[in-house]
Design a protein around this ligand. Structure first.
Ligand code: DHB
Ligand code: FE
Length: 279
């Protein structure tokens, strides 16, 4: 049977992708950011997951603002890299796992999560930057990826509670898939950041660190955070953190923290990163 072996969260700041693509990982500014992923790179080399269910948000790259699904799952064979204004990032095409993805779509919809099914989609920095942070610069990604896109771009995004429950449903779905697969769930985005308006540049280290603490053993607290509280405490883009709760829900009740990293700043945001395993 397929099984979820680990979960990972990470910010997906586009400037990190630019730094990697331009070979600036060792610069004074970027070296401390990449240092936080060294442990993870070694770990993933040992874990070798077959599939990552990669929870992220499209930043008006694939969907535009004309159609915005709340929850969408990629069932395609592969996903080209999106052109976000400067040409596509020079990274390999992302290869999907249509078998597990279609099973997830069916299982989640029958479990009353009304997923949008995606059969063709370009993927943007929200998905490719986490892959680059963890896998570096391979000629081909050594893992299949199922994109799971969440609307956190235009109000109203889903609640943290709903995201957590979707994670629980993902766990049920994976565990009912017959093929023997090592599956990880990644939640991306965050941490506190605001890219526009009078509070542009807002970073709230106290909020972020409490969020990281609670990801391990106080999800009840995180699931209660309202949209207004995210906006007030973590800036207008801090709402991306609800995607971390999908990963957390997919781990089951208890997890063990394997790795934790927090750094300020990277571009306009705080970078947060966790690796956990279900216990
Ligand atoms: C930026 C964009 C993002 O999507 C994000 O999650 C963090 C930062 C940015 O433009 O700096
Ligand atoms: Fe983002």
């Amino acid at each position: 049977m397929a099984r979820i072996t680990a979960g990972l969260t990470t910010s997906h700041v586009p400037a990190i992708g630019v730094a990697i693509d331009q070979g600036k990982e060792q610069s004074d500014y970027w070296a401390p950011v990449f240092a936080g992923y060294e442990w993870t790179k070694k770990w993933i080399g040992e874990e070798r997951p077959d599939v990552i269910i990669l929870v992220y948000n499209d930043h008006a790259s694939a969907f535009s603002l004309e159609m915005i699904p709340t929850f969408a799952i990629g069932c395609a064979d592969q996903y080209p890299i999106a052109d976000e204004g400067f040409g596509p990032r020079p990274v390999p095409t992302v290869v999907g796992h249509p078998g597990l993805a279609c099973h997830l779509a069916q299982s989640l919809i029958l479990d009353e999560f009304d997923m949008t099914v995606i059969n063709k989609m370009d993927v943007d920095h929200g998905l490719t930057v986490p892959l680059s942070l963890v896998y570096g610069k391979p000629a081909a990604w050594p893992v299949r990826v199922i994109p799971l896109a969440v609307n956190v771009v235009q109000y109203p995004p889903p609640t943290g509670e709903r995201c957590y429950k979707l994670g629980q449903a993902i766990r049920r779905a994976v565990e009912s898939y017959e093929e023997d697969l090592n599956v990880q769930v990644w939640g991306t985005g965050g941490m506190s950041h605001q890219l526009q308006g009078p509070r542009a540049g807002l970073i709230n280290q106290e909020f972020d660190n409490e969020f990281l603490d609670n990801m391990i053993d106080n999800t009840a607290q995180l699931r209660r955070i309202s949209h207004l509280e995210y906006l007030r405490e973590s800036g207008s883009e801090g709402i991306e953190l609800v995607m971390w709760l999908i990963m957390r829900g997919a781990m089951g009740e208890n997890v063990r923290e394997l790795h934790r990293f927090y750094h300020v700043p990277a571009s306009n945001t705080a970078v947060g990163h966790l690796v956990v395993e279900p216990t």
